[in-house]
Design a protein around this ligand. Structure first.
Ligand code: ADP
Length: 504
């Protein structure tokens, strides 16, 4: 079963993580859809553009060839089938590489003879069987193969003439492809490929660009293709991928920030909960600590008041107990009051040069009774040459009292208390050692925190409020010094208070 605070934390976590996860998933899904649709859109646009470019090429080519055929027809109609006139016409039309004129019976009218190899190419095309498809009534009908274009023209008197010509690829590239495709307003690379797949024209060097798609030309260039190329980094897919990466990165950062926020909030909450628990323990501990000496004082006071104790020695003993418990109460209340002053930032220190030995002996004096009663072996060794040190004697005395009180409180069977004071490396070092319970290494740093008690110290069965060592540390630091502990469980502890000789 979860505690209410854990349940609240789990709910809060869920309230943050669930929307973040939904945002992440939705973001991812919409990015994928966007990627797919932008890819589709790009392909559609590229196809439209390629089809349009192919049509434009075809139209331009047709127009140029028709212009040539018109002029040839003009020449034929004028009756001048002289070789010169046709030669001149060809010379003026760079698109036409070779021209043959053949009559109805398949006889060559121009030039006088077939060029080497040409008969094999043109022969079957102009054979009477192949020409049957061409219409006769002077209207021109054209069939093209990739190499050769045929046209039916008429001579004066109506006799048909078949004109067959071979295109010049260089001129096709320069005057048709370059002029039509080179001026297209598009950043994509357009490439024209012949039926063998050779590149006849490319708007830009292809390099490592990928072919996006290709479309065919119609009759004017059968089996030729117009292809659209795109370099990898300029492709929309790449642009989308960059966006996807950016979005994913941003999402990652967002999730990381949320997780970090959750972890920090979680830790803060745990610290607050722990602090609240420590504070309530503190109140219980202090009340308990106050109650015990008070009941002793009341009991002994009442006994004395009733006059039942007749023995003077016993009476003196009871007075001492009352005084001792009274002192303990004062110490306790001083600790709590000082602690609250420190917490509120109201604590002030009165630094004056003071002798160290009387301060130590005076503080120890207050513990003479419990030390003697519990059979402690007490040793005090103060270096003979200790100078006077600038300090707040009350505060340092209180710090020492806390250390001595702890040495007594956390003692075991081997009861020994040693206090030594000396100068080391320009510092006054006062060490309080015992051979008591000792402190585990992992606890040693924590014992100086406010309210902290080892194992909540209930297990150790010792009373305490957990503010003693916090107070000692504060006093040490207010003097510009430090407090440190060396300890091993079962072997005892040594607390060293180091104060600067010249004061803070
Ligand atoms: P407390 O009121 O509990 O004594 P302190 O701040 O003085 O509070 O000490 C914090 C904890 O450090 C104690 O609860 C105890 O567990 C441990 N401690 C302090 N002094 C000693 C010591 N001399 N020997 C063993 N443990 C000690």
């Amino acid at each position: 079963m979860l505690s209410p605070s854990a349940r609240f934390s789990a709910l809060a976590l869920l309230a943050i993580v669930a929307p973040a996860a939904i945002v992440a998933v939705l973001g991812y899904v919409s990015i994928r859809q966007w990627e797919a649709s932008s890819e589709l859109l790009y392909r559609e646009q590229a196809r439209d553009m390629a089809t349009m470019a192919a049509e434009k090429v075809e139209m331009t080519l047709r127009r140029a060839e028709d212009a040539f055929l018109d002029r040839l027809q003009g020449t034929l109609r004028a009756g001048t089938t002289s070789e010169r006139a046709v030669d001149d016409l060809i010379a003026e039309s760079p698109l036409v590489r070779r021209l043959y004129l053949v009559d109805e019976r398949g006889e060559l009218l121009y030039p006088r003879a077939w060029r080497e190899g040409d008969q094999a190419v043109f022969g079957p095309l102009v054979s009477s069987a192949a020409l049957r498809g061409l219409e006769r009534d002077g209207k021109r009908e054209v069939i093209s193969s990739s190499q050769v274009r045929l046209a039916l023209l008429a001579r004066p008197g109506g006799a048909p003439v078949v004109a067959a010509f071979l295109r010049d690829t260089d001129t096709l590239r320069r005057e048709i492809l370059e002029t039509t495709l080179g001026t297209l307003e598009s950043s994509t690379n357009i490439v024209v490929l012949d039926p063998e797949g050779r590149t006849i024209y490319a708007r830009a060097p292809i390099g490592d660009a990928q072919r996006v798609l290709s479309v065919g030309f119609r009759e004017a260039l059968p089996d030729w293709r117009l292809a659209v190329y795109q370099t990898a980094d300029a492709s929309p897919r790449q642009a989308v991928r960059r966006q996807v990466m950016f979005f994913t990165g941003a999402l990652g950062v967002l999730v990381a920030v949320i997780v970090a926020g959750i972890v920090m909030t979680w830790r803060l909450m745990r610290r607050e909960t722990e602090m609240a628990r420590l504070k309530s323990d503190f109140v219980a501990n202090v009340s308990h600590d106050l109650k015990t000496p008070l009941s002793v004082i009341r009991m002994f006071g009442e006994t004395l008041e009733m006059g039942r104790v007749t023995d003077e020695g016993r009476r003196q003993e009871y007075y001492r107990v009352i005084t001792r418990e009274g002192e303990r109460l004062s110490r306790l209340i001083d600790n709590v009051l000082d602690f609250s002053r420190i917490e509120g930032g109201r604590q002030t220190y009165d630094m004056t040069p003071a002798a160290v030995e009387p301060l130590i002996r005076g503080t120890l004096e207050a513990f003479a009774y419990p030390l003697a009663q519990q059979g402690f072996k007490v040793e005090v060794s103060v270096a003979a040459d200790l100078p006077e040190v600038t300090l707040d004697a009350d505060a340092v005395g209180q710090a020492l009292a806390n250390l001595i009180d702890n040495a007594i409180k956390y003692s075991s069977d081997d009861r020994a208390l040693t206090i030594d004071a000396r100068v080391a490396d320009g510092w006054l070092v006062i060490a309080v050692s015992d051979r008591g319970l000792g402190i585990a290494p992992e606890e040693q740093a924590k014992i100086f925190e406010k309210f902290y008690r080892v194992g909540r110290s209930d297990t150790q069965g010792r009373r305490g409020s957990g503010v003693g060592l916090a107070l000692v540390r504060h006093i040490a630091e207010a003097h510009g010094g430090t407090i440190a502990v060396e300890s091993a469980p079962g072997a005892g502890s040594r607390f060293s208070l180091r104060l600067p000789l010249g004061g803070p």
